[in-house]
Design a protein around this ligand. Structure first.
Ligand SMILES: Cc1cc2nc3c(=O)[nH]c(=O)nc-3n(C[C@H](O)[C@H](O)[C@H](O)COP(=O)(O)OP(=O)(O)OC[C@H]3O[C@@H](n4cnc5c(N)ncnc54)[C@H](O)[C@@H]3O)c2cc1C
Length: 429
């Protein structure tokens, strides 16, 4: 695994749930077996358990060990692609359903936080910030596109107003999107797990799936096998995303794990925090390799930026990310860095989520391409709908075709080269 997962994160240090789940032992049966206890798997497990299914979630490490427990915490609406792209891929009717789904993503997160009383510092408000003048028209287009599809709450802010909202001269404009926000990702993930268990799901930790039968060839039941046990079930949900690696070659060929890194400063105090992001939104820039940042509940700057496509992690993460942060906020050049960590983002060739079935009993969803906090919650829900026989919404996203990454075993160096080009473009645009 490219990214060193053992570096302590700010989220682990402030996690409010120490629940541990047993290892899988012996031969078990369930209606549905879920591989992976991140948002995708837990979201499907929660919905299915509430609908009365007997669900077993099998997790290689611990709940939220993957991207769901280590991400930027940005609750981004929609997809990583424009509606124009989706209309081309899905046609007008499919795009309408996809639009409604995109809108539902962040609402679903908010509803779950409320319904299950998840203590995860959820705050609403999102700013897309244009670092390059050339990005400003894109912001206007995004607002117009959303209005065209039925949401007119976005607003471009510029000049003095922008200066008073963000303590930096870095941006030409920003697009305000009240549907987005931020939260403590690990505490949210643990909250989903609690809700799933309360609804009757079983979670097994430290139980890596070493072999699986998707039922495709036999047409019979599905099963997963770990070192000490197995689960046989009617349905399987593959929710290992970028952490599943080569376990399922069909999925692996369509997904590239990319290392993304975050630093957390020392607590900055209320005054400095307000000076940096007055309204406490999550902020992301418009570059191809996105910088994403926000304040934590205890007023630290959590800044994510830069990525590795080579499979090689930088030795000193803090100095890898720091120039991005101090470039935007020189005020932070003397702030202590208390935590630096990373995780694997699963990206697809066209940056749309890869959702579908293998055979008739195995469902999967992966590759949210850095945009997955809210989207994975929704895709887990769509899988649960499909297993219950309501296919329309699931099939809309499953209709997006996903090419494999070119290059075979040379795909990583090829992607690295490609990304070098985009980094140059970001720097020169
Ligand atoms: C550093 C970073 C920053 C990010 N920032 C944001 C952000 O701000 N906003 C946003 O929207 N998205 C962000 N993302 C992406 C987002 O976190 C993911 O899209 C989302 O968490 C994916 O959830 P998931 O459940 O599909 O996968 P994961 O959370 O990765 O869960 C997969 C789980 O499967 C388990 N697993 C894998 N293989 C096996 C096996 N063989 N047996 C059993 N279990 C297995 C893993 O241990 C893991 O726990 C970020 C990601 C990273 C890494």
């Amino acid at each position: 695994m490219a990214v060193d997962q053992t570096r302590p994160s700010y989220y682990q240090a402030t996690c409010n749930d120490t629940t541990r789940h047993p290892r899988l032992e012996g031969s078990q049966k369930a209606d549905v077996v879920v591989v992976g206890a991140g948002y995708t798997g837990l979201s499907a497990a929660l919905e299915l358990a509430e609908a009365g299914y007997d669900v077993a979630v099998v997790e290689a490490e611990t709940v939220g060990y993957g991207a769901s427990g280590r991400n930027g915490g940005h609750v981004c609406p929609d997809y990583n692609k424009s509606m124009a792209h989706l209309t081309k891929a899905l046609g007008q009717d499919g795009a309408r359903i996809a639009w409604e789904l995109g809108n539902e993503t962040t609402r679903l997160v908010g509803e779950r936080v409320r319904k299950y009383g998840i203590d995860c510092d959820l705050k609403w408000g999102y700013l897309h910030a244009a670092e390059r003048r050339g990005h400003v028209p894109e912001l206007h287009e995004m607002a117009e596109e959303a209005a065209h599809w039925g949401y007119d709450g976005m607003r471009v802010i510029e000049g003095e107003e922008l200066r008073s909202r963000l303590g930096t001269t870095r941006y030409h404009a920003a697009l305000e999107d009240p549907r987005g926000g931020h939260l403590h990702p690990l505490n949210y993930c643990k909250g989903l797990a609690r809700a799933a268990v309360a609804a009757g799901a079983r979670i097994y930790e430290e139980s890596r799936v070493l072999a699986l039968d998707t039922g495709e060839k036999s047409g019979g039941n599905v099963s997963v096998t770990t070192a000490d046990g197995s689960v046989e079930a009617d349905f399987m949900v593959l929710a290992g995303n970028a952490y599943l690696q080569e376990t399922v070659p069909f999925l692996y060929r369509r997904l590239m794990p990319v290392g993304s890194y975050i630093v957390a400063t020392e607590p900055l105090g209320d005054n400095m925090a307000r000076e940096l992001i007055r309204e406490d939104e999550a902020v992301g820039n418009m570059n191809f390799i996105v910088d994403y940042y926000r304040l934590s509940a205890d007023r630290r700057m959590l800044y994510g930026g830069r990525a590795t496509y080579s499979g090689i992690e930088p030795r000193d993460l803090a100095s890898f990310v720091l120039p991005r942060m101090t470039g935007v906020f020189p005020q932070l050049k003397d702030s202590r860095i208390d935590y630096a960590w990373g995780g694997n983002i699963g990206i697809t060739v066209d940056r749309m989520p890869h959702v579908g079935r293998i055979g008739t009993r195995c469902y999967f969803s992966q590759g949210y391409s850095g945009h997955g906090l809210a989207l994975s919650n929704l895709c887990g829900k769509l899988i649960s709908e499909a297993i219950r026989g309501q296919n329309e919404r699931f099939d809309t996203l499953a209709a997006v075709r996903h090419p494999i990454f070119p290059g075979g075993r040379f795909r990583t160096p090829l992607l690295s080269l490609g990304m070098l080009w985009y980094r140059l473009k970001d720097a020169l645009a």
